[in-house]
Design a protein around this ligand. Sequence first.
Ligand code: DGP
Length: 116
Amino acid sequence: MSETTDTIFGKIIRREIPAEIVYEDNLALAFKDVNPQAPVHILVIPKQPIAKLSDAESKDHALMGHLLLTAKRVAEQAGLTNGYRLVINTGPDGGQTVYHLHIHILGGRSLGWPPG
Ligand code: DGP
């Protein structure tokens, strides 16, 4: 899949297409994944369209920390008291399909390891 500066997630940020948004602040948005792989499957994205983790730079330091803490907060809000998994698929071999950086929050069942 090609990399573009705008993606379906940009449309979700701008409310051009619907999504089940569960958290928002000035830097980040969290919404339910349309194709859930676990009882809880939420995506946390920066509003700034960084295509993939490998494109993040030193200047994004604070934003990266904010995204991780947001994922923790959203997982707590979702009631994942027994644990959860965060995943960042990066690039073709990482299985990334949407080129707007996102953290998957997966939980609500016991997750296998290693992933496929
Ligand atoms: P990845 O493979 O890591 O790039 O994950 C992309 C995820 O995005 C995938 O789990 C499905 C989800 N997704 C794709 N399009 C949409 C959409 O329009 N709405 C929502 N809520 N999720 C989407």
